[in-house]
Design a protein around this ligand. Sequence first.
Ligand SMILES: Cc1ncc(C[n+]2csc(CCOP(=O)(O)OP(=O)(O)O)c2C)c(N)n1
Ligand SMILES: [Mg+2]
Length: 582
Amino acid sequence: MTATVETQWISDAIAIALRDTLELEFVALNPGASFRGLHDSLVNVGGPTMLVCLHEEHAVAIAHGYAKVTERPMAVILHSNVGLMHGSMAVYNAWCDRVPMVILGGTGPMDANKRRPWIDWIHTTTDQAAIVRAYTKWDDQPSSLPAALDALVRANNIARTEPCGPTYVCLDANLQEARIETPPHPRHLRVHVGSQRAVPQASEVARVVEALKHARHPVIVVGRVSRSERSWNERIQLVESTGAMVVTDLKTPSSFPTMHPAHVGVPGYFLDEAAKAALRNADVIVSLDAIDLAGVLKQAFGNDDPGALIVSITLDRYAARGWTMDMGGVARVDIDIAAHPDAVVPLLLAEFSDAEPIVSRSNGATSLPERTRPESGPVTMASLGRAIHEALGERQFTLTRVPLGWVGDLIPFVDPFSYLGYDGGGGVGSGPGMAVGSALALKDAGRLPVAILGDGDFLMGCTALWTAVAHEIPLLVVVANNQSYYNDVVHQERVARDRNRPLENKWQGQQITAPTVDIVGMARAQGAVAFGQVSDAADLPRTLAEAIEKTQQGAVCIVDVLVAAEYGASLTKVLSQESVAP
Ligand SMILES: Cc1ncc(C[n+]2csc(CCOP(=O)(O)OP(=O)(O)O)c2C)c(N)n1
Ligand SMILES: [Mg+2]
């Protein structure tokens, strides 16, 4: 803003450093007195562009959604202890999703003599970062301007270093509000950002090349990879020149064209039968940072030895913390490469560059389900998916989220931005906020951001949409409204069967029907344009077309669609298995 204003206060220097040194373009926040100094500096001196949020959980989710697209951190400021507590679930989601994020907080004054009665005491804690330490990469609470700038530079670099994650710097309210006695040393003005990518050992890469050259049925399981178009193309080339088959999932963003003949089965949260069969038939299995590789293998092989040679390419060991089990199980691995998959694929590819493209040894081509138009009657997840796909037409789109009952072939993934994956930590309520952050990152990119959200997810997080309206971030949200927490209905049914209880009781405590929630009203209350409730599939094409058009004109649009409360048989089966549930 007014960059000419002299930086007199410590928070002025911090605000400017966030923008110029850390290169953070946006800061998401809900206000709080513990950072009133920094807030004043952001408003009157400069810094990242402020995004105002109605809940701290949304501030973090917005930064999460932004990082999913850009692979860069957004700054978030969370008010002393209470704001941090509100934001903590979303921090956990960001941690599990390995996205970069720089979180700032306020506390104190730590000098008890300077505390205002009552309020400063209840908002001061001795070790505020303890609330999120188990699922952040690093934290600090600096006591001077130079120390604060150092802490911020370090927080930024650590957040951006793979495996990425959130970092947290707590700024004493008194420190922020103090005058600058000695101007910061110019070294602090140095731009110091960017991640360092670990280089894999050549001998280990050579072993993988040998294995792939001799493999008759290689399978590549793709997990956490980047949004780089180049890496996307390299994966396709590697698959085509090795004749591998590919398994992807809905937990991670689109990583391989789902309609490619080498793509096996339908991406989901768990393996489908085709993917399991491909893995059982494999002689070499290469994991490109698959989430819970041990769990992937367990789904295909149970406790049996897979027989195949297993290659794991992941940096995830560097994201190890003791509190959460988010690293998944310990996989029996034959070749273990500690590097980012995107750094390894080109090295493998180089050894196959002369090879005749095999394209695929697979017969597992997926094809789009038959379209039976015109559809009418009650809406199912399948008919909703087909209608959205149809309405999108030739447009470039990004699905920021799909609901739990989604079937992964309803809308094919054709590029690295087709789909952004799930929420990381399974924390419901993040869908709207993450959609807003992703839509912000996609603004002006010529892509239509589309979030397809469960009603439970929408209702927990829908005030995040106010931020999209307030900051003019176009976004289309389709609510797959089954008027229930259906995921948990499936669980209650399982328990009812085990215990021989009345099956019809599975709905109790799970339905959102008495009263039904006015989702359209909730959306309009945020300033969004709302459509529906649509309950007949015949009305979907027209409504979706109108909503898409309005979104393209710059609106935030919500379409409330009443969908049948049911999941596909395979998801129902795996969800309700013993000890295999989200
Ligand atoms: C914060 C949080 N609370 C509760 C849960 C448990 N949970 C998992 S899925 C789910 C249902 C979500 O409902 P909705 O978004 O409507 O999806 P549906 O299952 O109906 O398709 C719930 C409550 C959770 N994962 N996170
Ligand atoms: Mg629901």
